[in-house]
Write a protein that binds this ligand. Structure first.
Ligand SMILES: [Zn+2]
Length: 399
C-alpha cells in the first residue's frame, strides 16, 4: 500500500520550480530529493503543461479533519492513520495534531493513543512531526480562554506535563500556555531545556509577563489575534507586546474569517519571515456545508463560503473549517502576499522554525515531501502529493 514507508526506488519528476518558475527535473531517491537540475531542450508549450512543484505543507496546529477528531476520546484505532492519509489530499506532508485542554486523564490517554499510532503505522510516524498540546495552562478568563473548558484550566505543573510527555513518548513538541500564572518563567525554561517549543496563547498576561516568558525561552504566538478578549486596553496589551517581541514567531489563521485583512497585513509586515500560517482546523473541516451538532459547541453552521459559526449567532466562530491551501489562496487573492510567499508561510517557514529537515525545501538531501500544483481560475490547486518520495495523491486524472 502506498505511503506506508519510504520511497525505495528512484523517480525523476519533470515540473516547474514554484519559486524560480524554471522547468526542472527533480530526482527522488530513497525518500529524499537526490538532485535538482534545469530541464534542458523543452519547448515553451511543453513547459507550460508541466505541474508546479513546491515543498509539502506543514501544519503546526490542527485539531482534526473530515470528521476525524483528536479531541474526542476514546480514539478509534485508525484515527491517526486515516487523518495522515486524508491530509495528503490537502498537500499536508507533516503536521502537529493538536490536543486542547481536557482532564489530566483524557490528555494522557490522547498522548498515549497518538504514540501508539506512531508505533503501529510508519505513515503516522513519518507524518506526525510532533504533538501540539494547547492548554491546559492557559487563562481562566472568558473570551481569551476560547472554547477551552474552564474546569480543567490551571497553573503550569511540571510533574503533570512530564506524565503527558511520557505517555506521548516524547512527542509533545509544542506547548501553548499563558505566562500569567506564577512560576511560568521557571516552567517555560524547563520545557525549553527539554526541547519543547513554548508558545503563548489564550492569555490574559500583562506585557511584562509576556516579556518574561520570552526571556525564559518562549518563541511562538499561538493564533495571534484570536483566542483573545473581545475588548482590550488600547495599549499596552498582550497583542502589541507579542508583535513587538522580535524573538516571537507569529502563527496566524489565514482563512479570512478569523482575522481581518488589516490584521493579517500588519502581522505579516512586522514579523516578516517569522509569520507562519496555521489552519487550526477542527474536525468539521473538509465536510460539506450544512448544520452540525457538536458535543462542545452545540449546533453549528458551516457556510458554503467556508465559515464555521454558532447556529444562533453568525458573529461567533466555532473554530476553523479551512485547511492551509484555503489560507494560502486567501492571502494571494487579497493581494496580502504573493502566492509563493504564502506557500512558504505554510511550508518551509514552519519547518525552519521547528528545525525539521523539510526546511531545506527543494534542495538535494531534503525529504521528498512535495506538492504538485496548477494555477486555476480560483487560485492555486493541488494536483499531487509526495510523502518520503512516494506519490501518495494524484488528482491529475480527475482534472
Ligand atoms: Zn486556540
Amino acid at each position: 500500500m502506498a505511503g506506508n514507508g519510504q520511497g525505495q526506488g528512484r523517480e525523476v519528476l519533470r515540473a516547474v520550480h514554484y519559486r524560480t518558475g524554471e522547468a526542472v527535473t527533480v530526482t527522488l531517491e530513497n525518500g529524499l530529493i537526490g538532485s535538482i537540475g534545469k530541464l534542458e531542450g523543452i519547448s515553451g508549450e511543453e513547459a507550460a503543461s508541466l505541474p508546479i512543484v513546491a515543498p509539502g505543507l506543514v501544519d503546526l496546529q490542527i485539531n482534526g479533519y473530515c470528521g476525524l477528531d483528536f479531541n474526542t476520546l476514546p480514539y478509534r484505532e485508525e484515527l491517526a492513520s486515516d487523518f495522515i492519509r486524508k491530509l495528503w489530499q490537502e498537500g499536508v506532508t507533516s503536521s502537529y495534531p493538536t490536543v486542547i485542554t481536557n482532564s489530566a486523564e483524557a490528555i494522557e490517554e490522547a498522548m498515549r493513543s497518538i504514540a501508539d499510532a506512531c508505533r503501529r503505522d510508519a505513515a503516522v510516524e513519518a507524518g506526525v512531526a510532533g504533538i501540539h498540546l494547547e492548554g491546559p495552562f492557559i487563562t481562566p478568563e472568558d473570551g481569551a480562554r476560547g472554547a477551552h473548558g474552564r474546569a480543567y484550566v490551571g497553573p503550569p505543573d511540571w510533574e503533570l506535563f512530564q506524565r503527558w510527555q511520557e505517555a506521548a513518548e516524547g512527542r509533545i513538541r509544542i506547548l501553548t500556555l499563558s505566562p500569567e500564572w506564577e512560576g511560568s518563567a521557571a516552567f517555560i525554561s524547563r520545557c525549553v531545556d527539554s526541547g519543547v517549543v513554548v508558545s503563548i496563547g489564550h492569555t490574559a498576561a500583562t506585557p511584562e509577563q509576556i516579556a518574561q516568558a520570552v526571556a525564559a525561552g518562549a518563541r511562538m504566538s499561538t493564533h495571534l489575534g484570536n483566542g483573545s478578549h473581545p475588548m482590550l486596553q488600547r495599549h499596552p496589551n498582550y497583542i502589541w507586546e507579542q508583535l513587538a517581541q522580535d524573538q516571537l514567531w507569529s502563527c496566524i489563521i489565514g482563512d479570512g474569517f478569523h482575522l481581518p485583512e488589516q490584521v493579517l497585513k500588519v502581522v505579516m509586515k512586522v514579523k516578516g519571515e517569522q509569520a507562519i500560517l496555521v489552519s487550526d482546523a477542527v474536525a468539521l473541516s473538509g465536510l460539506p456545508p450544512g448544520e452540525y451538532d457538536t458535543h462542545v459547541g452545540g449546533s453549528v453552521i458551516l457556510t458554503p463560503e467556508g465559515k464555521l459559526h454558532l447556529a444562533g449567532n453568525d458573529k461567533i466562530l466555532a473554530g476553523s473549517a479551512q485547511m492551509l491551501l484555503f489560507g494560502i489562496r486567501h492571502l494571494a487573492k487579497t493581494g496580502l502576499a504573493d502566492w509563493r510567499d504564502a506557500w512558504e508561510m505554510a511550508s518551509i517557514r514552519p519547518s525552519a522554525f521547528m528545525g525539521l529537515p523539510s526546511a531545506e525545501g527543494l534542495s538535494p538531501g531534503a525529504p521528498a515531501d512535495l506538492a504538485l500544483l496548477r494555477h486555476k481560475e480560483n487560485g492555486i490547486q493541488l494536483v499531487g502529493t509526495y510523502k518520503s518520495g512516494i506519490k501518495v495523491m494524484n488528482r491529475e486524472a480527475l482534472t
